[in-house]
Design a binder for this molecule. Sequence first.
Ligand SMILES: [Zn+2]
Length: 557
Amino acid sequence: MRRFLISLLLTSVLILPFPAVQAQRKSVKANKPVAATLASQKGAEQITAGQIRDYLTFIASDEMEGRDTPSRGLDLTAKFLAMNLARWGLTPAGDDGTFFQKIALKRDLVNKEQTRVRLNDQNLSFGKDYIALPATGDVSGPLVFAGNGWFIKSKNMDAYKGIDAKGKIAVMFTSLSGLPRGVSSSDLSNGKSGEDWMDPVQYARKQGAIATVIVPDFQFLANWERNRQRLSERPTTVVEKFQPAETSRLPRIVITPRIANLLFQGEKQNATALFEATFGGETPAPFELSLTKKMSVTVSSKSDAIATQNVVAVFEGSDPLLKDEYIALGAHYDHVGIGTPVNGDAIFNGADDDGSGTTALFAIAEALAKAPTRPRRSVLFNWHAGEEKGLWGSRYFTEYPTIPLQKIVTQINIDMIGRSKKAGDTNPRNNSLSGPNEIYVIGSKMMSTELGELTEAVNRDYLNLTYNYRYDDPKDPNRFFFRSDHYNYARKGIPIVFFFDGEHEDYHRPGDEPQKIDYEKMQKIVRTVYVMMWEIANRPTRPKVDKQLPAELSGAN
Ligand SMILES: [Zn+2]
């Protein structure tokens, strides 16, 4: 009986399904648009609002402590992702057969006891007269005035023009956090770092200066005590591989106006005049200070080696040739951690930013693993760390990729897709928030006409959401194009699509919590991205790059 049944089944399998499947395909094709067919064939309905809510409620819970980079909460989130990816049968694509691509970090803190600054025969007082930034060095020498410290060719700005700073200490009037007055970020992004422009640290090193002394802007001075704590009580964390070699890190100190006055006493211009001129947007000519003045700077700092990680997984494609190519999906699973409490809540949960993208990728990975067939190309999932610190994870991955970057045919970045503007919401902070059926799409047409068209076609044939292209411009003043991880992929020539819901009242605040997410909206967007991913993965050819990178990108560093 058994045997017969089997052979009967085999026969029927051989004879029956072929025409049946063909017929079914045909009728489906005739009645339903192609993306909708793809969605039902590949199980897009497995992705549900309820499932997304479950995952996001965990990922953005208080127990994750705001997922700062690095932090225990971030590591826990990484382990949660990896454990499930393993259960679903995804392939680890991090280091050494794991889902983790380790990113070595350095946590620097100035060692105040071993830090000394002397001006002629006077010992300056740490905290009261100056703040030293982390670095290690012991230098002394004469001083030069080096304007605002910058070199910007297009602005004719050269802080060391006509002077020799070699072996000397460079004194500059410059902001520690921004650009000189009259310079915008596009002035820099149109040129190449190191050639067309150099920031004060780069340029001082290039000029052979042995240390920099910074007279900060008014804003820094007004918050001197807070800045002192931030810079000398709390460690600064940096990615080890993004730093210049230790030997070339110059000692840097920030001084008060009182010390600046002492430095420029008897010089051709006094400190007040120089302060007003440089911060007023002028570029006073550099000069050498009197050789009777000598400064010695001894800075010591302690450095801890710590680490964080990207979570990287691959779902292998079925086509023997095309599986070497990847459609990449990205989100950042970090947020900003614990901060100043608002209404007693100090945990920045980051449910929308970017718990929503983290969960979107997670739900897509699960749906893919449970789909009846495999896509032809492979799918690369990357949960980036340190996005909030300055796109660390995506920069790290694209500089030290674990798979060949030229094999990535498209990168889809999902950063904030969970919030929607409710009817009647008049809060001005929600002005640019997208509606329940709407999402901002950025970058899809920037490099590939084909990718732009495909993005539209999938949406039109499937759920027909409103794709809003308002921010789809590298020149947009909000600069959203530069503010999330896709940027690092685009720089490498990979066509990207970025989905984003817009800024809102809880953006980077403790109120970005899971109960405020519109899960129905997320379901729609995640399903759409899922279908789009299938469409790109199964095409015979990769989306053709037929446009030049915008100038804002090609020269950017
Ligand atoms: Zn953010």
